[in-house]
Design a protein around this ligand. Structure first.
Ligand SMILES: [Mn+2]
Length: 363
């Protein structure tokens, strides 16, 4: 949607936040670090700033276990239609890090009748949630960067869009809500998470300036990395070894394909969701343009013969492969650089079909 832009100014947004007495803050399903950080930072900060108001932060489950060990977790709660009543009637609803109806689907019955008092605060480029007000900054790497601006505006601090002058940043701190340790840690989680720890192309000088303020306020970035990114189970590593062992290079080493069988899960004790990021590993090989992971999920009572899960990735750049197009004949889809499909049949049958498609695409 091309009209997914702000229709209120930052001072308007601040005025509405200051005027509200029952505020509900929420975000998208499957909350990531930016969703968690935005909700916990804003909830904790507004409780400090508006001690007489009721401020609630809701995250839709499932919430990754690592977030529950962070300092912002006690400030939020897991969404349950039951706690809609406990809050009382909110006079302001802030939807953070999304403006897309499918991403807030479980809450739509609640939101639908309250769109007049709902404000989206987001950094994405599209959205279709018909909330009356939007504050959108698509140049921000993370919604947490936008939240930092909002908190500075709430307190009258002017620290974000200034030249990189650390003495200025330090001087501004006494007035800033982000001087609070919980707020600083939460905002850092969101910024680190949405920028791939400052590696992705969305990372700018502004991103680093905001993150620098968090570090200045006591965030230990190495400790945060360990707590967020080094939390896997040994079973996942055992499964990763099997995925690596299965790897074949095809089409003059332009494609890497890995295959995991149901037995690989039962024998290692790993879970189907623990294949996350395996597709990134073969991309370290210079010639590899595309990575395919084929997964035969173990059968469950609910799904006695689950489909084969096909995950596809392409490196960016001039040699990029459109993996969404590749997935289409298999009934799949996704993004140009990350796509997938679920294909019925035995793993050997699906593997043969995928390999034939690879040979054709790279001939
Ligand atoms: Mn985000």
């Amino acid at each position: 949607m091309s009209d997914y832009v702000s229709n209120i100014t930052l001072p308007d947004l601040v005025e509405r936040i200051n005027a509200a007495s029952r505020v509900l803050i929420t975000t998208h399903t499957k909350p990531d670090g930016d969703a968690y950080g935005s909700v916990s930072a804003l909830t904790a900060a507004l409780r400090l700033h508006k001690p007489d108001a009721t401020i609630e932060g809701w995250l839709m489950p499932p919430v990754p276990a690592a977030f529950k060990l962070l300092s912002g977790w006690p400030f939020v709660q897991e969404y349950d239609p039951q706690n809609e009543n406990k809050l009382g009637e909110p006079d302001l609803i802030l939807v953070l890090d999304t403006g897309a109806v499918p991403q807030v689907a479980p809450m739509m019955p609640f939101l639908e009748s309250r769109l007049d008092r709902t404000i989206i605060i987001d950094h994405h480029i599209s959205g279709d949630l018909p909330a009356t007000h939007r504050y959108i900054d698509s140049s921000a790497a993370a919604c947490c960067t936008v939240i930092a601006d909002v908190l500075d505006a709430v307190t009258g601090t002017n620290a974000t869009d200034v030249p990189c002058d650390v003495s200025f940043i330090g001087a501004s701190e006494p007035n800033a809500l982000i001087a609070d340790g919980v707020v600083a840690e939460s905002l850092f989680v969101g910024i680190a998470s949405d920028t791939g720890w400052f590696r992705f192309s969305n990372t700018t000088a502004r991103t680093h300036r905001v993150a620098a303020r968090m570090i200045q306020n006591g965030v230990d970035h190495a400790d945060m990395y360990a707590r967020l990114e080094q939390q896997e189970r040994p079973a996942k590593l055992a499964l990763q070894i099997r995925a690596m062992t299965s790897m074949q290079l095809l089409a003059d080493s332009q494609v890497a394909i890995m295959t995991l069988h149901a037995a690989d899960f039962t024998e290692t004790g790993a879970l189907p969701e623990e294949t996350e990021r395996f597709v990134d590993i073969p991309q370290s090989v210079s010639t590899v343009k595309m990575v395919v992971l084929l997964v035969e999920n173990p059968p469950t009572a609910k799904q006695p013969s689950p489909p084969i899960r096909v995950s596809l990735r392409s490196k960016p750049g001039p040699d990029a492969v459109n993996v969404a197009e590749f997935a289409q004949p298999f009934g799949g889809g996704g993004h140009a650089r990350a796509a997938g499909a679920k294909v019925h049949g035995s793993i050997d049958e699906v593997s043969e079909k995928i390999k034939a498609a690879i040979a054709k695409a790279f001939e």
